[in-house]
Write a protein that binds this ligand. Structure first.
Ligand code: ASP
Ligand code: MG
Length: 464
């Protein structure tokens, strides 16, 4: 069996939902036994949360307006998908029922003046219930053998509301008992991403963007052959296609590479959400609903094919670089600990670090606490801060065992000042800092250096 997960834009309109059904139907016809995990229609989860926050501010009228927007978006899709008939009527009833329930919840929030994470989980999960009801009803309308299941009766989690974690021992037998018999009878199963419930039946969510996590959890529980994440891009790419127009899709990416790349720009998915699947050796494929015949990217625990030294070039903007120097550092110990204690106390994560005997350079990706940090750091070092810099990263393979990579990197950057370098910490990443206005150029020049020269070679190795 396979899991097919469709994100918000893939179910964002009647047209997109039709495309989802076509894809599921064709998987079913090929005997792949699809379990379909659906997100809310795009924008709906944000609106549900916005309404709850308005209710908390006792702005109930405005919260009701948000509910109206939610109603309109769903009614519009229902009208396009269904002609007048019992299925349409049934869906309209479901929609009205859910919106009535939401209004009661909003009123509760307004009266109590309290919006706990637990209440917010009950509210923010409605989008998935609605989208999945619509898609499943449309599949029935098209004569598909299928069944809608409530994820909350299968995906059992702990009580960490807002970011719940799966309770594997509980959920595996439930997923198997509820889903497997249906698949064996040839039915496609439609369920929701993002939501679950505690053992005692209280609604939870897996955190924003959690539908990928749901797909991974259900795939692991059922020992899927493959987990497909259907989204609106062709897969993970060798660079951000908005910056480098020659950027190409990476056919295969290791989990570690996916994690390095996810930190930079184009976030196709949060790699931790598919970690359980990768650990169990279930391949995870990123596919594009808007371009379904493209082969996408496959993420695996380890990847052997392809011998490109460099896999991708990525950049992260809006970074601050902090330079510290102090004669006290000379031949002394404990100095780094003292500096990092300050970052720790302010809960600021440090990304790149580079040191010399009397200096430390590092980067952080927040500017909120910069002034405060500056003040405290100034008590133990001379401090210089550069705002608006970018980290540019080259992600590749076995850097520790290859020669010439740094040479090529810095040749490509020969006309761009490099403000900091960090390499060797990971075997697959070499990163450096440039000023923000040089960032796109650095990425383009690096991409040209590695990909134009090696394209023939990598194509050959991939088709071999
Ligand atoms: N609908 C949820 C969100 O917007 C979950 C998801 O789409 O993955 O965060
Ligand atoms: Mg998503």
């Amino acid at each position: 069996m396979i899991v097919m997960k469709f994100g918000g834009t893939s179910v964002g309109s009647a047209e997109r939902m039709q495309e989802v059904i076509n894809l599921v139907q064709s998987a079913q016809q090929k005997g792949r036994q699809p379990v379909v995990v659906l997100s809310a229609m795009s924008g709906i989860t944000n609106w549900l949360i916005e309404g709850a926050e308005l209710a908390l501010d006792r702005k109930l009228e405005e919260a009701v307006k948000v509910l109206d927007k939610i109603r309109d978006k769903h009614v519009d899709a229902i009208n396009k998908l269904f002609s007048n008939g019992p299925r349409r009527a049934e869906l309209m009833d479901t929609l009205n029922e859910k919106l009535d329930e939401l209004l009661i919840l909003y009123k509760g929030v307004a009266y109590l003046g309290e919006l706990s994470k637990r209440s917010l989980d009950a509210i923010s999960g409605f989008g998935e219930l609605l989208s999945s009801a619509m898609v499943a009803a449309f599949a029935e309308e098209k004569g598909m053998n299928c069944k809608w299941l409530d994820a909350r009766q299968m995906v059992i989690t702990n009580e960490n509301f807002g970011k719940a974690e799966p309770l594997w021992d509980k959920l595996i037998p439930l997923c198997k008992n509820k889903i497997s018999p249906l698949l064996e009878k040839g039915a496609a199963v439609f369920t929701q991403g993002f939501i679950g419930s505690t053992d005692s039946g209280i609604n939870t969510t897996l955190g924003r963007g959690g539908s990928d996590y749901s797909a991974s959890i259900i795939g692991v529980a059922l020992d899927a052959d493959e987990i497909q994440i259907w989204t609106d891009v062709d897969g993970m790419m060798s660079a951000d296609p908005r910056v480098v127009k020659e950027a190409k899709v990476l056919p295969e990416v290791s989990f570690q590479e996916a994690s390095e790349l996810a930190y930079f720009g184009a976030k196709v998915l949060h790699p931790m959400t598919i970690h359980p699947a990768v650990e169990k050796n279930i391949p995870v494929k990123i596919l594009n609903t808007l371009n379904p015949t493209a082969s996408g990217t496959i993420i695996k625990g380890t990847v052997t094919s392809g011998d490109d030294m460099i896999r991708a070039v990525a950049a992260k903007k809006n970074i601050s670089a902090i330079y510290l120097s102090s004669p006290n550092m000379l031949m002394s110990h404990g100095y780094l600990a003292k500096v990092f204690e300050i970052f720790d106390r302010h809960k600021v994560a440090v990304d790149l670090i580079s040191t010399s005997e009397v200096s430390i350079a590092l980067t952080i990706d927040t500017t909120d606490k910069l002034d405060q940090l500056h003040q405290e750091l100034a008590q133990c070092a001379d401090v210089q801060v550069m705002r608006e810099v970018s980290i540019v990263s080259v992600v590749g393979r076995q850097f520790r065992y290859q020669s010439g990579i740094a040479g090529k990197v810095f040749k490509a950057l020969s006309d761009i000042p490099v403000l900091m370098i960090s390499g060797g910490a990971s075997d697959i990443n070499l990163s450096f800092v440039v000023s923000a206005d040089q960032s796109d150029r650095a990425v383009r020049q690096l991409h040209a250096e590695f990909f134009n020269a090696s394209s023939t070679k990598s194509n050959n190795s991939l088709s071999a």
